[in-house]
Design a protein around this ligand. Structure first.
Ligand code: ASP
Length: 310
């Protein structure tokens, strides 16, 4: 039994491991762990307190994948709900579809009985105004609401490796079943409606009991373009070790030179429960993990497969 996570994952990892110890499934543990991070207000990369889009409101993305059946549920560009991971789980368990976005996802959340959040971030108006003033050179945030060339401003979004975060969780329960979950407010100051990798199955997360699971943070565009999480699991299927597969998944993204900003961190776990992290930057990746016999989670450094340009 193990849970691994990134980016404030330590906020929810104890609850996730406790759930596994009570005999709950890996899917339960993922939802329980991520829900804690989704309301951890100091984290500006997950939940309704995350950095908003360029118009100033948050749009949240999440996915969950059950490695036992390869069932998945995902939601994108959702606003007004505290727990996109739970909406994603409902998509997985109640619908024949696997991915809902925006007003359709919000309608579904309401039909599933989720309460609309009443949370209002007291600090966000000032953070938004400061970003608009200092990064975009616009004194009155109201001006942005009326611009016809919003796309030019979204190019000034801060590199997600600096402004981002996202939480990734991977769990393996007592039966050996594996589940992956991802939740994010996405790339801060993004263009409205932009989806990163986090809700995109195979890009932001993938799990298959037979081989393992992987999940990503960082520039979602790179992970989408290579199908990063799925790649790592496929490389394990082809016989690579966890470390080889993770490094190869990072190299796939390093082969992309054009349309490139920032980089990506992958966390991965194989069917035996071995786990690691790696990044495309020269900073080593890191993750936190906790097994059933540990009292406290432990942080571990990962590997670096740096992008060096072509
Ligand atoms: N991967 C997320 C996205 O592209 C952002 C992040 O992890 O920082 O939306």
């Amino acid at each position: 039994m193990i849970v691994m996570a990134t980016n404030n994952g330590d906020v929810g990892i104890r609850q996730a491991v406790a759930a596994l110890k009570e005999g709950k499934t890996a899917v339960d543990a993922i939802e329980i762990g991520i829900r804690e991070v989704e309301v951890h207000r100091p984290d500006r990369s997950v939940g309704l307190h995350g950095y908003p889009n360029i118009l100033g409101y948050p749009q949240l993305d999440a996915l969950i994948m059950d490695g036992r059946t390869r069932d998945v549920g995902a939601v994108g560009a959702v606003t007004g709900y505290d727990h996109p991971i739970s909406i994603a789980r409902c998509v997985m368990e109640k619908l024949i579809h696997v991915f809902l976005v925006a007003d359709g996802a919000e309608r579904f959340a309401s039909e599933m009985g989720f309460e609309k959040s009443t949370y209002v971030d007291p600090e966000m108006p000032e953070i938004y105004a400061k970003h608009v003033r200092e990064q975009l050179g616009i004194d009155d945030p109201e001006e942005i609401q009326h611009t016809k060339e919003l796309w030019k401003l979204s190019h000034l979004a801060v590199d997600p490796q600096k402004a981002g975060g996202t939480t990734n969780f991977i769990a393996q329960d007592g039966k050996g079943d594996i589940c992956v979950g991802v939740s994010t407010s996405g790339w801060g100051w993004k263009y409205p409606g932009r989806l990163g990798d986090s809700p995109v199955i195979s890009a932001g997360g993938f799990a298959d009991n037979r081989y393992g699971a992987a999940a990503c943070t960082g520039t979602g565009e790179l992970a989408i373009r290579t199908g990063a999480a799925r790649n790592v699991v496929t490389y394990m299927k082809m016989g690579m070790s966890l470390e080889e597969a993770t490094a190869e998944g990072l190299r796939d993204m390093n082969e992309l030179d054009s349309q490139r900003v920032g980089g990506v961190q992958i966390i991965s776990l194989d069917a035996s429960g071995a786990h690691m992290a790696g990044t495309t930057s020269d900073r080593k990746g890191s993750h936190v993990f906790m097994t059933a016999d540990m009292d406290e989670p432990e942080f571990v450094d990962g590997i670096s497969v740096p992008y060096e340009g072509s």
